[in-house]
Write a protein that binds this ligand. Structure first.
Ligand code: 13P
Ligand code: SF4
Length: 324
């Protein structure tokens, strides 16, 4: 098994070689670094995490990249700076590791829009139709599903199924996007991400007046009318890769504003315009340096999943990882 390679500068290394001299945020980072070494821990952060959290992380990525890292890492402890379903997915794949979520209340509002019982009723209404479940969902919902997907691979996952009709949960906007790209009939769940649903075409059109040459890149969780006026619809990891294209100089970034930090760090000289500053996921912003420190001191809160549910959820997640 190989560890994923982080191509970014390693702030953790800077801290180890430049110990702090006064009581500051730098002290906290130094302490985190020591505890990481002591517990053989690794820090993962989602692309929407606060800037200082991204800077202490060993790997920053989208949901797919982070689940791939979680499946491969040899570290005993994973500190998951993201939201609950992401930490849960890491545990589903690596049950012998301790998976810490620095703030136990960092949930996902979309994931809370479906549960196992309501999904079971839908499956009874539509017998024999396979269920594709967006990873933004609980382990119980994954356990009721045939295969998972993320925003990076949803089209490939749906295309990998021979059936023409699919139950797609819980994100109706991602589902509409996938249906439009695959031509398949998707039975959609009425779930959505409140952060992305707030973004309207008028926000983009206003910015286009000021930045007429900027490319518009939207997340698939946005509304279809937003997809229609965008140049590309991509996962957060897809946005990071797209921005590296030498032809891209200015980008209107139609997703949660936390991604701007990484775009800017990795592409100095290019301009990244957030679609609007209120495009913030409050749960992603619950992580702080202090909470990362405390969870490493106390080895909690740890995320776990009952074994019977984990095994069924694992088969849906692993089936997805075989497609990509
Ligand atoms: P990505 O997998 O594209 O990073 O998206 C995760 C997410 O929760 C977006 O709201
Ligand atoms: Fe969930 Fe939306 Fe936050 Fe992503 S941005 S974690 S979908 S609430």
């Amino acid at each position: 098994m190989t560890e994923p390679k982080n191509t970014r500068l390693s702030p953790a290394k800077d801290i180890a070689t430049n110990p702090p001299t006064r009581n500051s945020g730098h002290d906290i980072k130094f302490e985190i670094q020591n505890l990481k070494t002591k517990h053989n821990a690794i820090i993962f952060a989602h692309n929407y995490q606060p800037d200082d959290i991204q800077e202490i992380a060993d790997f920053v990525g989208d949901s797919l990249e982070l689940s791939q890292y979680a499946a491969r890492t040899t570290h005993e402890v994973i500190v998951f700076c993201g939201v609950h379903f992401m930490a849960e997915t890491a545990f589903i794949l690596s049950p012998h590791k301790t998976v810490l979520l620095p703030d136990p209340h960092a949930g996902c509002l979309m994931a809370d829009m479906i549960n196992a019982q309501t999904l079971r009723s839908k499956k009874k209404e539509l017998p024999g139709i396979p269920v594709v479940c967006y990873v933004n969902s609980s382990a119980e919902v994954k356990a009721e599903s045939d295969i998972c997907c993320t925003s990076a691979n949803a089209i490939k996952v749906v295309e990998s199924l021979t059936e023409r009709e699919i139950i797609f949960v819980p994100d109706k906007y991602l589902g509409q996007w996938v249906a439009s790209q695959t031509g398949k009939k998707l039975h959609l769940w009425p779930g959505f991400c409140p952060t992305h649903a707030r973004i309207l075409p008028k926000h983009i059109l206003n910015l286009k007046n000021t930045y007429p040459d900027a490319v518009v890149i939207a997340h698939p969780e946005c509304r279809p009318e937003v997809h229609e006026i965008s140049d590309a619809v991509l996962s957060t990891g897809g946005m990071i890769r797209y921005a590296k294209d030498p032809k891209v100089h200015q980008m209107i970034v139609v997703t949660e504003a936390g991604i701007i930090h990484r775009l800017q760090q990795e592409n100095p000289g290019k301009e990244f315009i957030p679609v609007f500053p209120e495009a913030i996921c409050p749960n992603m912003k619950r992580t702080t340096l202090e909470k990362v420190l405390w969870c490493l001191q106390d080895m909690k809160p740890a995320v776990t999943v009952p074994e019977e549910i984990r095994l069924r959820a694992k088969s849906a997640v692993e089936r997805m990882l075989q497609v990509v």
